[in-house]
Design a protein around this ligand. Structure first.
Ligand code: A3P
Length: 293
C-alpha cells in the first residue's frame, strides 16, 4: 500500500474542500470543454462510478472490446478536478483521451463548474442519492480512501455532514444547486440513485433518450446485466481494486449498493435529529428523495 497523506479540510470560496481538488484551480477554471463532451456530475458517493460505467459501455462497448479488460473506469472517465502527487492531473488525463465523446467525471458544486461546459452546451448527467445513504457511503469511503480527511467516529461524521463540512461541501447545497440549474439548462439530465436501483432498465432507456442514442433493446439488456452491483463488484476495471489510494481491507469501494442501508448505521436518536434538520434545510426546494424503496 503506497503512502498518501490524509488532507485537511478547508474553506474554499465558501465550500469545504481539500487541496487535492483545488491545487490546479486556474487550469480547472480555464478547462476547454468540447461540444460533445459528456459530464457526469455527482456529490461524492451518489453513484458516480455506476453512471460512468454505464456511459462508457453505451458509447464504447461496440467499438472497443479490449477496453473492457484493460482500462480501469477512472482512466476511461477521468476525474476532472483531481490533482494528487505523482499522477497526471484529471485535466491531463481528459486531454489525453484518444476517443470521443470524452466522458468526464466531476464532483464540483454547480458554481465551480468550468464555464466552457455551459458555453458549449455540453450534455450533463447528474446523479443524486438520498442524504442518509449518501452520508453512510461517504463515511465508509473516507475510512478506506487515504486521500480523504480522517472521518473519525460515525456520530461526529454525521454532524459534519449535516453542517456541510465534507469534501465538496454541503450535500444539501450540491443537490439543490444542480436541481435549480436543471430548470434553466435543458441539456442536464437529473437522475436518482434510488430509481437506478429500482429499475435500471427503465433508467437506461431514459438516459439513452436524453443522449439521443438508438441503442437496441438487446444491447441495453446486455449493458443492464453488466452494470448490476455484483457484476461491477467482481470486475477489476470497475471496482477500484487497482487504485493505490484505497484500502479495500478497511471497506470495499463496492460496499453494498443498496437503498435504505442507512437503517443499519443511524441510531434512532441520530435519525430523529437528522430528519428535523433535513426538513429545515430542504424546505425551499421541490426536490424529493426516496430513502427506502
Ligand atoms: P455504498 O457505499 O452504499 O455501497 P460513487 O461511485 O459515487 O463513489 O458511489 C459509490 C456508491 O455507489 C457505493 O455505495 C457503491 O456500492 C454504489 N454502487 C456502485 N456501483 C453500483 C451498482 N452497480 N449498483 C448499485 N450500487 C452501486
Amino acid at each position: 500500500m503506497a503512502q498518501f497523506e490524509r488532507p485537511e479540510l478547508y474553506d474554499f470560496h465558501g465550500v469545504s474542500m481539500t487541496h487535492y481538488f483545488t491545487y490546479n484551480w486556474e487550469n480547472l477554471q480555464n478547462f476547454k470543454a468540447l461540444p460533445d463532451d459528456i459530464l457526469v456530475a455527482t456529490y461524492p458517493k451518489a453513484g458516480t462510478t455506476w453512471m460512468s460505467y454505464i456511459l462508457d459501455l453505451l458509447y464504447f462497448k461496440q467499438r472497443d472490446n479490449e477496453r473492457e479488460t484493460s482500462l480501469a473506469i477512472f482512466d476511461r472517465v477521468p476525474f476532472l478536478e483531481l490533482s494528487i502527487p505523482d499522477a497526471p492531473t484529471g485535466i491531463e488525463t481528459v486531454d489525453s483521451l484518444p476517443t470521443r465523446p470524452r466522458l468526464i467525471k466531476t464532483h464540483l458544486p454547480i458554481q465551480f463548474v468550468p464555464k466552457s461546459f455551459w458555453e458549449n452546451n455540453c450534455r450533463i448527467v447528474y446523479v443524486a442519492r438520498n442524504a442518509k445513504d449518501n452520508a453512510v457511503s461517504y463515511y465508509h469511503f473516507d475510512r478506506m480512501n487515504m486521500v480523504q480527511p480522517e472521518p473519525k467516529d460515525w456520530n461526529s461524521f454525521l454532524h459534519r455532514f449535516m453542517e456541510g463540512k465534507m469534501v465538496f461541501g454541503s450535500w444539501y447545497d450540491h443537490v439543490t444547486g444542480w436541481w435549480d440549474k436543471k430548470q434553466t439548462y435543458p441539456n442536464l439530465l437529473y437522475m436518482f440513485f434510488e430509481d437506478m436501483v429500482q429499475d435500471t432498465g427503465r433508467e437506461l432507456e431514459r438516459l439513452c433518450s436524453f443522449l439521443g442514442l438508438s441503442t437496441s433493446v438487446e444491447e441495453r439488456e446486455h449493458i443492464r446485466g453488466g452494470v448490476q452491483f455484483d457484476a461491477m463488484k467482481a470486475n477489476p476495471m470497475a471496482n477500484y481494486s487497482t487504485d493505490p489510494v484505497m484500502d479495500h481491507r478497511i471497506s470495499p469501494f463496492m460496499r453494498k449498493g443498496k437503498v435504505g442501508d442507512w437503517k443499519n448505521q443511524f441510531t434512532v436518536a441520530q435519525n430523529e435529529s437528522f430528519d428535523k434538520h433535513y426538513e429545515m434545510k430542504m424546505k425551499n426546494t421541490t426536490l424529493k428523495f426516496q430513502t427506502t424503496i
